[in-house]
Design a protein around this ligand. Structure first.
Ligand code: NAP
Length: 476
Protein backbone atom coordinates (compact mmCIF):
# COMPACT_ATOMS: atom_id res chain seq x y z
CA UNK A 1 0.00 0.00 0.00
CA UNK A 2 1.48 3.36 -1.08
CA UNK A 3 1.55 6.38 1.23
CA UNK A 4 -0.96 8.98 0.03
CA UNK A 5 -0.54 12.73 0.24
CA UNK A 6 -3.13 15.46 -0.31
CA UNK A 7 -2.69 19.06 -1.39
CA UNK A 8 -3.20 22.02 0.93
CA UNK A 9 -5.65 24.35 -0.83
CA UNK A 10 -7.59 27.16 0.81
CA UNK A 11 -6.91 25.71 4.27
CA UNK A 12 -8.20 22.22 3.39
CA UNK A 13 -6.55 18.95 2.48
CA UNK A 14 -7.78 18.06 -1.01
CA UNK A 15 -7.53 14.73 -2.78
CA UNK A 16 -7.97 14.02 -6.49
CA UNK A 17 -8.57 11.08 -8.79
CA UNK A 18 -5.46 11.79 -10.84
CA UNK A 19 -2.29 11.13 -8.84
CA UNK A 20 1.40 11.78 -9.15
CA UNK A 21 3.33 8.57 -8.47
CA UNK A 22 6.64 8.95 -6.64
CA UNK A 23 9.38 6.36 -7.14
CA UNK A 24 12.56 5.76 -5.19
CA UNK A 25 15.53 6.23 -7.57
CA UNK A 26 17.52 3.65 -5.56
CA UNK A 27 15.28 0.74 -6.52
CA UNK A 28 12.79 2.12 -9.03
CA UNK A 29 9.88 1.20 -6.73
CA UNK A 30 6.80 3.43 -6.51
CA UNK A 31 6.18 4.16 -2.82
CA UNK A 32 3.91 7.20 -2.60
CA UNK A 33 1.21 9.08 -4.46
CA UNK A 34 0.22 12.73 -4.38
CA UNK A 35 -3.02 14.44 -5.38
CA UNK A 36 -2.93 16.85 -8.34
CA UNK A 37 -4.82 19.88 -9.59
CA UNK A 38 -5.69 20.95 -13.11
CA UNK A 39 -5.48 24.50 -14.43
CA UNK A 40 -8.88 25.39 -12.88
CA UNK A 41 -7.58 24.28 -9.51
CA UNK A 42 -4.61 26.62 -9.83
CA UNK A 43 -6.95 29.41 -10.89
CA UNK A 44 -8.98 28.93 -7.68
CA UNK A 45 -5.81 28.77 -5.59
CA UNK A 46 -4.68 32.12 -7.02
CA UNK A 47 -8.08 33.68 -6.31
CA UNK A 48 -7.95 32.41 -2.70
CA UNK A 49 -4.36 33.59 -2.31
CA UNK A 50 -5.38 37.06 -3.56
CA UNK A 51 -8.08 37.26 -0.86
CA UNK A 52 -5.67 36.04 1.83
CA UNK A 53 -3.09 38.60 0.70
CA UNK A 54 -5.29 41.49 1.88
CA UNK A 55 -5.02 40.48 5.54
CA UNK A 56 -1.57 38.85 5.41
CA UNK A 57 0.08 42.03 4.09
CA UNK A 58 -1.51 43.95 6.98
CA UNK A 59 -0.13 41.53 9.58
CA UNK A 60 2.94 42.96 11.30
CA UNK A 61 6.36 41.76 10.17
CA UNK A 62 6.95 40.66 13.75
CA UNK A 63 3.85 38.44 13.71
CA UNK A 64 4.79 37.04 10.29
CA UNK A 65 8.23 36.26 11.69
CA UNK A 66 6.59 34.41 14.60
CA UNK A 67 4.81 32.14 12.09
CA UNK A 68 8.10 31.44 10.31
CA UNK A 69 9.77 30.60 13.62
CA UNK A 70 6.87 28.28 14.48
CA UNK A 71 7.19 26.50 11.10
CA UNK A 72 10.93 26.14 11.73
CA UNK A 73 10.26 24.61 15.17
CA UNK A 74 7.68 22.23 13.71
CA UNK A 75 10.15 21.17 11.02
CA UNK A 76 12.84 20.63 13.63
CA UNK A 77 10.55 18.29 15.54
CA UNK A 78 10.04 16.26 12.32
CA UNK A 79 13.61 16.65 11.01
CA UNK A 80 14.34 12.94 10.69
CA UNK A 81 11.07 12.33 8.85
CA UNK A 82 11.92 15.13 6.41
CA UNK A 83 15.43 13.79 5.83
CA UNK A 84 14.18 10.25 5.20
CA UNK A 85 11.55 11.50 2.74
CA UNK A 86 14.13 13.58 0.86
CA UNK A 87 16.45 10.59 0.55
CA UNK A 88 13.63 8.33 -0.61
CA UNK A 89 12.29 10.71 -3.24
CA UNK A 90 15.61 12.18 -4.41
CA UNK A 91 18.22 9.52 -3.60
CA UNK A 92 20.82 11.68 -1.84
CA UNK A 93 22.68 10.20 1.16
CA UNK A 94 20.76 10.61 4.42
CA UNK A 95 23.48 12.74 6.06
CA UNK A 96 23.17 15.22 3.17
CA UNK A 97 19.37 15.18 3.44
CA UNK A 98 19.74 16.02 7.15
CA UNK A 99 21.98 18.93 6.12
CA UNK A 100 19.30 20.12 3.69
CA UNK A 101 16.68 20.10 6.47
CA UNK A 102 18.99 21.99 8.84
CA UNK A 103 19.70 24.61 6.18
CA UNK A 104 15.97 24.98 5.45
CA UNK A 105 15.28 25.65 9.11
CA UNK A 106 18.07 28.23 9.20
CA UNK A 107 16.64 30.00 6.13
CA UNK A 108 13.26 30.28 7.87
CA UNK A 109 14.86 31.75 10.97
CA UNK A 110 16.91 34.18 8.87
CA UNK A 111 13.91 35.51 6.96
CA UNK A 112 11.76 35.62 10.12
CA UNK A 113 14.12 38.46 11.10
CA UNK A 114 14.71 39.98 7.64
CA UNK A 115 10.98 40.74 7.32
CA UNK A 116 11.43 43.24 10.14
CA UNK A 117 14.25 44.94 8.26
CA UNK A 118 12.42 45.62 4.98
CA UNK A 119 13.25 49.28 5.45
CA UNK A 120 12.26 52.18 3.24
CA UNK A 121 13.87 55.62 3.52
CA UNK A 122 13.18 59.33 3.86
CA UNK A 123 14.84 61.32 1.06
CA UNK A 124 15.82 65.01 1.43
CA UNK A 125 13.46 67.11 -0.73
CA UNK A 126 14.61 68.88 -3.91
CA UNK A 127 11.68 71.32 -3.90
CA UNK A 128 10.40 73.57 -1.14
CA UNK A 129 7.47 72.23 0.86
CA UNK A 130 7.90 68.67 -0.41
CA UNK A 131 8.63 65.50 1.51
CA UNK A 132 9.79 62.27 -0.14
CA UNK A 133 9.29 58.84 1.34
CA UNK A 134 10.32 55.51 -0.16
CA UNK A 135 8.41 52.55 1.22
CA UNK A 136 8.51 48.84 0.37
CA UNK A 137 5.39 46.76 0.02
CA UNK A 138 4.74 43.06 -0.67
CA UNK A 139 4.39 42.18 -4.36
CA UNK A 140 1.22 40.09 -3.92
CA UNK A 141 0.47 36.47 -4.86
CA UNK A 142 3.66 34.54 -5.68
CA UNK A 143 4.00 31.30 -7.65
CA UNK A 144 7.04 29.34 -6.43
CA UNK A 145 8.35 26.57 -8.70
CA UNK A 146 10.99 24.25 -7.24
CA UNK A 147 13.28 21.59 -8.77
CA UNK A 148 13.95 18.01 -7.62
CA UNK A 149 17.65 18.22 -6.73
CA UNK A 150 17.18 20.06 -3.39
CA UNK A 151 13.42 19.64 -3.08
CA UNK A 152 13.03 21.20 0.36
CA UNK A 153 15.65 23.90 0.71
CA UNK A 154 15.12 25.46 -2.72
CA UNK A 155 11.37 25.72 -2.04
CA UNK A 156 12.09 27.33 1.34
CA UNK A 157 14.40 29.92 -0.31
CA UNK A 158 11.28 31.27 -1.98
CA UNK A 159 8.56 30.61 0.60
CA UNK A 160 10.40 32.07 3.61
CA UNK A 161 11.23 35.51 2.14
CA UNK A 162 7.87 35.74 0.36
CA UNK A 163 5.91 35.09 3.55
CA UNK A 164 8.20 37.37 5.56
CA UNK A 165 7.61 40.18 3.06
CA UNK A 166 3.82 39.79 3.32
CA UNK A 167 3.16 37.88 0.09
CA UNK A 168 0.95 34.81 -0.21
CA UNK A 169 2.50 31.77 -1.89
CA UNK A 170 1.49 28.87 -4.12
CA UNK A 171 4.22 26.21 -4.22
CA UNK A 172 4.64 23.79 -7.10
CA UNK A 173 7.31 21.18 -6.30
CA UNK A 174 8.97 19.04 -8.97
CA UNK A 175 6.85 16.03 -9.95
CA UNK A 176 9.70 13.64 -9.09
CA UNK A 177 10.05 14.97 -5.52
CA UNK A 178 6.82 16.41 -4.12
CA UNK A 179 6.90 14.63 -0.73
CA UNK A 180 9.10 16.96 1.31
CA UNK A 181 6.88 19.81 0.05
CA UNK A 182 3.81 17.87 1.28
CA UNK A 183 5.47 17.41 4.67
CA UNK A 184 6.28 21.13 4.72
CA UNK A 185 2.62 21.89 4.00
CA UNK A 186 1.71 19.69 6.99
CA UNK A 187 4.04 21.74 9.21
CA UNK A 188 2.57 24.99 7.92
CA UNK A 189 -0.95 23.71 8.57
CA UNK A 190 0.04 22.50 12.04
CA UNK A 191 1.19 25.97 13.13
CA UNK A 192 -2.09 27.54 12.00
CA UNK A 193 -0.89 29.87 9.25
CA UNK A 194 -4.05 31.66 8.04
CA UNK A 195 -5.75 29.80 5.19
CA UNK A 196 -4.50 30.39 1.63
CA UNK A 197 -1.41 32.28 2.79
CA UNK A 198 0.45 29.16 1.69
CA UNK A 199 -0.98 26.59 -0.74
CA UNK A 200 0.50 23.52 -2.35
CA UNK A 201 -0.27 22.44 -5.91
CA UNK A 202 1.05 19.56 -8.01
CA UNK A 203 0.36 18.23 -11.47
CA UNK A 204 1.14 19.16 -15.05
CA UNK A 205 4.01 21.66 -15.00
CA UNK A 206 3.00 23.33 -18.25
CA UNK A 207 -0.64 23.81 -17.14
CA UNK A 208 0.33 25.13 -13.72
CA UNK A 209 3.06 27.31 -15.22
CA UNK A 210 0.69 28.77 -17.79
CA UNK A 211 -1.95 29.68 -15.21
CA UNK A 212 0.65 31.29 -12.93
CA UNK A 213 1.93 33.28 -15.91
CA UNK A 214 -1.39 34.31 -17.41
CA UNK A 215 -3.51 34.97 -14.32
CA UNK A 216 -3.23 38.70 -13.54
CA UNK A 217 -3.67 38.06 -9.80
CA UNK A 218 -0.41 36.12 -9.73
CA UNK A 219 2.08 38.97 -9.54
CA UNK A 220 5.34 37.09 -9.45
CA UNK A 221 6.92 33.75 -10.33
CA UNK A 222 10.04 32.60 -8.59
CA UNK A 223 11.53 29.65 -10.44
CA UNK A 224 14.48 27.35 -9.81
CA UNK A 225 15.29 24.83 -12.50
CA UNK A 226 16.78 24.45 -15.92
CA UNK A 227 17.76 27.35 -18.16
CA UNK A 228 15.54 25.81 -20.84
CA UNK A 229 12.34 26.09 -18.75
CA UNK A 230 13.53 29.49 -17.47
CA UNK A 231 13.65 30.70 -21.07
CA UNK A 232 10.11 29.44 -21.71
CA UNK A 233 8.88 31.38 -18.65
CA UNK A 234 10.61 34.50 -19.99
CA UNK A 235 8.80 33.98 -23.31
CA UNK A 236 5.46 33.65 -21.51
CA UNK A 237 6.14 36.65 -19.31
CA UNK A 238 6.88 38.71 -22.40
CA UNK A 239 3.10 38.63 -23.04
CA UNK A 240 1.97 39.38 -19.48
CA UNK A 241 4.95 41.22 -17.93
CA UNK A 242 4.71 38.87 -14.92
CA UNK A 243 7.71 39.56 -12.73
CA UNK A 244 10.24 36.70 -12.70
CA UNK A 245 13.05 35.62 -10.42
CA UNK A 246 15.11 32.85 -12.01
CA UNK A 247 17.68 30.48 -10.51
CA UNK A 248 18.92 28.48 -13.48
CA UNK A 249 21.64 26.10 -14.57
CA UNK A 250 25.39 26.31 -14.02
CA UNK A 251 28.71 25.13 -15.41
CA UNK A 252 31.02 25.80 -12.48
CA UNK A 253 34.77 25.92 -13.00
CA UNK A 254 37.10 24.73 -10.23
CA UNK A 255 40.68 26.01 -10.53
CA UNK A 256 43.46 24.38 -8.55
CA UNK A 257 46.69 26.40 -8.63
CA UNK A 258 50.17 24.95 -8.04
CA UNK A 259 50.31 26.76 -4.70
CA UNK A 260 47.11 25.10 -3.40
CA UNK A 261 47.08 22.87 -0.34
CA UNK A 262 46.76 19.50 -2.10
CA UNK A 263 44.65 17.75 0.56
CA UNK A 264 42.33 20.74 0.87
CA UNK A 265 41.88 20.87 -2.91
CA UNK A 266 41.17 17.12 -3.21
CA UNK A 267 38.66 17.27 -0.36
CA UNK A 268 37.05 20.35 -1.93
CA UNK A 269 36.73 18.69 -5.35
CA UNK A 270 35.17 15.59 -3.78
CA UNK A 271 32.58 17.69 -1.97
CA UNK A 272 31.69 20.09 -4.76
CA UNK A 273 31.62 17.32 -7.39
CA UNK A 274 30.01 14.35 -5.62
CA UNK A 275 27.68 16.04 -3.11
CA UNK A 276 24.03 15.43 -3.97
CA UNK A 277 25.11 12.57 -6.28
CA UNK A 278 26.68 15.15 -8.59
CA UNK A 279 23.29 16.79 -9.19
CA UNK A 280 23.83 20.26 -7.78
CA UNK A 281 23.53 23.48 -9.78
CA UNK A 282 26.77 24.66 -8.15
CA UNK A 283 28.60 21.35 -8.68
CA UNK A 284 32.13 21.38 -10.08
CA UNK A 285 31.69 20.91 -13.82
CA UNK A 286 35.09 21.80 -15.30
CA UNK A 287 38.05 21.07 -13.05
CA UNK A 288 41.22 22.90 -14.15
CA UNK A 289 44.47 21.76 -12.52
CA UNK A 290 47.74 23.68 -12.96
CA UNK A 291 50.48 21.53 -14.47
CA UNK A 292 52.84 21.66 -11.46
CA UNK A 293 50.33 19.94 -9.14
CA UNK A 294 48.41 17.94 -11.78
CA UNK A 295 50.11 14.52 -11.49
CA UNK A 296 50.12 14.42 -7.68
CA UNK A 297 46.53 15.58 -7.49
CA UNK A 298 45.28 13.04 -10.02
CA UNK A 299 46.79 10.14 -8.03
CA UNK A 300 45.25 11.26 -4.72
CA UNK A 301 41.90 12.19 -6.24
CA UNK A 302 41.62 8.94 -8.15
CA UNK A 303 42.25 6.90 -4.96
CA UNK A 304 39.67 8.89 -3.04
CA UNK A 305 37.05 8.56 -5.80
CA UNK A 306 37.54 4.80 -5.96
CA UNK A 307 36.94 4.73 -2.18
CA UNK A 308 33.54 6.45 -2.36
CA UNK A 309 30.71 4.19 -1.22
CA UNK A 310 27.82 3.97 -3.69
CA UNK A 311 24.36 2.81 -2.65
CA UNK A 312 20.86 3.55 -1.39
CA UNK A 313 21.07 6.89 0.40
CA UNK A 314 19.49 5.33 3.49
CA UNK A 315 22.41 2.86 3.81
CA UNK A 316 25.21 3.33 6.33
CA UNK A 317 28.17 5.45 5.21
CA UNK A 318 26.91 5.94 1.65
CA UNK A 319 28.68 8.81 -0.15
CA UNK A 320 26.97 8.69 -3.54
CA UNK A 321 23.38 7.66 -4.24
CA UNK A 322 21.50 7.16 -7.52
CA UNK A 323 20.73 9.65 -10.25
CA UNK A 324 17.17 10.91 -10.28
CA UNK A 325 15.96 8.71 -13.16
CA UNK A 326 16.93 6.36 -15.98
CA UNK A 327 17.16 9.25 -18.44
CA UNK A 328 19.69 11.10 -16.27
CA UNK A 329 21.77 7.92 -16.08
CA UNK A 330 21.80 7.37 -19.82
CA UNK A 331 22.68 11.04 -20.43
CA UNK A 332 25.58 10.68 -17.98
CA UNK A 333 26.95 7.53 -19.64
CA UNK A 334 26.63 9.19 -23.05
CA UNK A 335 28.74 12.13 -21.76
CA UNK A 336 31.42 9.64 -20.66
CA UNK A 337 31.32 7.71 -23.95
CA UNK A 338 31.62 10.90 -25.98
CA UNK A 339 34.60 12.12 -23.91
CA UNK A 340 36.36 8.75 -24.19
CA UNK A 341 35.84 8.63 -27.95
CA UNK A 342 37.40 12.08 -28.12
CA UNK A 343 40.50 10.88 -26.21
CA UNK A 344 39.69 11.17 -22.47
CA UNK A 345 41.13 8.62 -20.03
CA UNK A 346 38.89 6.92 -17.45
CA UNK A 347 40.78 6.66 -14.14
CA UNK A 348 37.78 5.66 -12.00
CA UNK A 349 34.23 4.47 -12.65
CA UNK A 350 33.07 5.12 -16.18
CA UNK A 351 29.84 3.12 -16.29
CA UNK A 352 26.61 2.16 -14.58
CA UNK A 353 26.94 0.74 -11.04
CA UNK A 354 24.91 -2.38 -10.16
CA UNK A 355 21.85 -3.81 -11.84
CA UNK A 356 19.08 -2.04 -9.96
CA UNK A 357 18.40 1.70 -9.56
CA UNK A 358 19.95 4.61 -11.45
CA UNK A 359 23.50 4.38 -10.10
CA UNK A 360 26.60 5.64 -11.90
CA UNK A 361 30.00 4.61 -10.55
CA UNK A 362 31.80 7.82 -9.41
CA UNK A 363 33.90 8.67 -12.42
CA UNK A 364 37.21 10.43 -13.00
CA UNK A 365 38.08 11.53 -16.53
CA UNK A 366 41.43 13.09 -17.43
CA UNK A 367 42.85 14.54 -20.63
CA UNK A 368 39.33 15.61 -21.62
CA UNK A 369 39.21 17.76 -24.75
CA UNK A 370 37.31 21.02 -24.35
CA UNK A 371 34.88 20.60 -27.24
CA UNK A 372 32.92 17.70 -25.65
CA UNK A 373 29.58 18.07 -23.86
CA UNK A 374 30.95 17.52 -20.35
CA UNK A 375 32.97 20.72 -20.81
CA UNK A 376 30.30 22.70 -22.64
CA UNK A 377 27.19 21.63 -20.70
CA UNK A 378 26.06 20.99 -17.15
CA UNK A 379 27.01 17.35 -16.35
CA UNK A 380 24.61 16.82 -13.41
CA UNK A 381 26.14 13.45 -12.52
CA UNK A 382 29.09 12.14 -10.43
CA UNK A 383 31.63 12.62 -13.22
CA UNK A 384 34.79 14.61 -12.45
CA UNK A 385 36.37 15.88 -15.66
CA UNK A 386 39.93 17.23 -15.35
CA UNK A 387 41.75 19.70 -17.60
CA UNK A 388 45.40 20.77 -17.38
CA UNK A 389 46.36 24.47 -17.52
CA UNK A 390 49.57 26.50 -17.54
CA UNK A 391 48.88 30.01 -16.25
CA UNK A 392 46.37 32.13 -14.36
CA UNK A 393 45.45 34.49 -17.17
CA UNK A 394 44.71 31.67 -19.58
CA UNK A 395 42.61 29.63 -17.10
CA UNK A 396 40.50 32.60 -16.06
CA UNK A 397 39.67 33.28 -19.70
CA UNK A 398 38.66 29.65 -20.24
CA UNK A 399 36.73 29.52 -16.94
CA UNK A 400 34.65 32.55 -17.96
CA UNK A 401 34.09 31.28 -21.49
CA UNK A 402 30.56 29.94 -20.86
CA UNK A 403 27.05 31.34 -21.01
CA UNK A 404 26.58 30.30 -17.36
CA UNK A 405 27.74 32.11 -14.23
CA UNK A 406 26.30 30.56 -11.10
CA UNK A 407 29.30 29.41 -9.05
CA UNK A 408 33.08 29.16 -9.42
CA UNK A 409 35.82 27.85 -7.16
CA UNK A 410 39.55 28.29 -6.78
CA UNK A 411 42.10 26.63 -4.52
CA UNK A 412 45.19 28.69 -3.71
CA UNK A 413 47.23 29.73 -0.68
CA UNK A 414 48.24 33.08 -2.24
CA UNK A 415 45.99 35.81 -0.85
CA UNK A 416 46.72 38.25 -3.67
CA UNK A 417 45.81 35.61 -6.22
CA UNK A 418 42.68 34.71 -4.25
CA UNK A 419 41.36 38.27 -4.55
CA UNK A 420 42.43 38.63 -8.19
CA UNK A 421 40.75 35.38 -9.19
CA UNK A 422 37.60 35.95 -7.11
CA UNK A 423 37.11 39.39 -8.64
CA UNK A 424 37.70 38.16 -12.21
CA UNK A 425 35.49 35.06 -12.22
CA UNK A 426 32.07 35.77 -13.72
CA UNK A 427 29.84 34.02 -11.20
CA UNK A 428 27.31 34.97 -8.53
CA UNK A 429 29.16 32.89 -5.95
CA UNK A 430 32.91 32.30 -5.73
CA UNK A 431 34.35 29.82 -3.23
CA UNK A 432 38.04 30.28 -2.45
CA UNK A 433 39.22 27.07 -0.77
CA UNK A 434 35.50 26.64 0.03
CA UNK A 435 33.47 23.95 -1.74
CA UNK A 436 30.12 24.85 -0.10
CA UNK A 437 29.72 28.65 0.01
CA UNK A 438 25.89 29.08 0.20
CA UNK A 439 24.63 30.34 3.56
CA UNK A 440 21.42 32.01 4.77
CA UNK A 441 23.06 35.39 5.30
CA UNK A 442 24.69 35.92 1.88
CA UNK A 443 23.09 36.38 -1.55
CA UNK A 444 22.92 33.49 -4.02
CA UNK A 445 22.15 33.68 -7.74
CA UNK A 446 23.60 33.71 -11.20
CA UNK A 447 25.41 35.93 -13.67
CA UNK A 448 24.60 35.59 -17.39
CA UNK A 449 22.20 32.75 -18.29
CA UNK A 450 22.32 31.31 -14.75
CA UNK A 451 19.52 33.53 -13.60
CA UNK A 452 17.86 36.78 -12.66
CA UNK A 453 17.88 38.12 -9.11
CA UNK A 454 19.23 36.79 -5.84
CA UNK A 455 17.97 34.52 -3.10
CA UNK A 456 19.15 34.53 0.55
CA UNK A 457 21.06 37.28 2.33
CA UNK A 458 19.46 40.66 2.88
CA UNK A 459 18.91 40.72 -0.92
CA UNK A 460 16.70 37.61 -0.73
CA UNK A 461 13.60 39.49 0.36
CA UNK A 462 13.92 42.14 -2.41
CA UNK A 463 12.31 39.82 -4.95
CA UNK A 464 9.07 39.93 -2.96
CA UNK A 465 8.90 43.69 -2.36
CA UNK A 466 7.75 46.54 -4.57
CA UNK A 467 9.34 49.94 -4.02
CA UNK A 468 7.00 52.94 -3.82
CA UNK A 469 7.87 56.62 -3.79
CA UNK A 470 5.42 58.85 -1.88
CA UNK A 471 5.75 62.58 -2.51
CA UNK A 472 3.91 65.00 -0.23
CA UNK A 473 3.69 68.63 -1.31
CA UNK A 474 2.65 71.80 0.53
CA UNK A 475 4.31 71.04 3.85
CA UNK A 476 4.87 74.33 5.65
P1 NAP B 1 13.31 21.70 -14.70
O1 NAP B 1 13.02 20.58 -15.57
O2 NAP B 1 13.47 23.03 -15.28
O3 NAP B 1 12.17 21.70 -13.59
C1 NAP B 1 12.14 22.61 -12.50
C2 NAP B 1 10.71 22.85 -12.08
O4 NAP B 1 10.02 23.50 -13.13
C3 NAP B 1 9.92 21.58 -11.77
O5 NAP B 1 9.02 21.85 -10.74
C4 NAP B 1 9.18 21.35 -13.08
O6 NAP B 1 8.00 20.60 -12.93
C5 NAP B 1 8.86 22.78 -13.45
N1 NAP B 1 8.54 22.98 -14.86
C6 NAP B 1 8.89 22.21 -15.93
N2 NAP B 1 8.36 22.72 -17.06
C7 NAP B 1 7.67 23.84 -16.70
C8 NAP B 1 6.90 24.80 -17.40
N3 NAP B 1 6.74 24.74 -18.72
N4 NAP B 1 6.33 25.81 -16.71
C9 NAP B 1 6.49 25.89 -15.38
N5 NAP B 1 7.19 25.00 -14.64
C10 NAP B 1 7.79 23.99 -15.30
O7 NAP B 1 14.65 21.52 -13.89
P2 NAP B 1 15.10 20.25 -13.05
O8 NAP B 1 15.54 19.22 -14.01
O9 NAP B 1 14.05 19.93 -12.04
O10 NAP B 1 16.34 20.85 -12.23
C11 NAP B 1 17.62 20.79 -12.71
C12 NAP B 1 18.06 22.14 -13.22
O11 NAP B 1 17.84 23.12 -12.23
C13 NAP B 1 19.54 22.18 -13.48
O12 NAP B 1 19.79 22.88 -14.67
C14 NAP B 1 20.09 22.94 -12.30
O13 NAP B 1 21.31 23.58 -12.54
C15 NAP B 1 19.00 23.91 -12.04
N6 NAP B 1 19.09 24.37 -10.67
C16 NAP B 1 19.42 25.67 -10.45
C17 NAP B 1 19.55 26.13 -9.15
C18 NAP B 1 19.90 27.55 -8.85
O14 NAP B 1 19.75 27.94 -7.70
N7 NAP B 1 20.35 28.34 -9.81
C19 NAP B 1 19.33 25.26 -8.09
C20 NAP B 1 19.00 23.94 -8.36
C21 NAP B 1 18.87 23.52 -9.67
P3 NAP B 1 7.93 19.02 -13.26
O15 NAP B 1 8.88 18.39 -12.31
O16 NAP B 1 6.51 18.69 -12.99
O17 NAP B 1 8.34 18.86 -14.68
Amino acid sequence: MMDSYKLLLNGEWRDSKKKLIVTNPSDGQAFAQVATVDRNGVNRAIADAAVAFESWKATSALARGDYLRAIAAEMKSRAEQFATLITMENGKPLAQARGEVAMSIDHLLWFAEEGRRAYGRVVPPQAEGKRNLVIRQPVGVVGAIAPWNFPLVLAIRKIAPALAAGCTVILKPASATPLSACELARCIDAVGLPKSVFQLVAGSASEIGRELLENPFCRKISFTGSTEVGRSLIQGAAQTCTELSLELGGNAPVIVFDDADLDQAVEGILITKFRNNGQSCIAANRIYIQEGIYDRLVVTLSDRIKGLKVGDGLGDGVDVGPLIDERALSTATSFIDEAVEAGAQVLAGGSRFGEEGNFLAPTLLTEVPEHVRCHQQEIFAPIAALYRFQNEEQVLKTANDTEFGLAAYAFTTDLNRAFRVAETLEAGTVGINDPVPPTSNCPFGGFKQSGWGRELGSEGIDAYLETKHISIAGIT
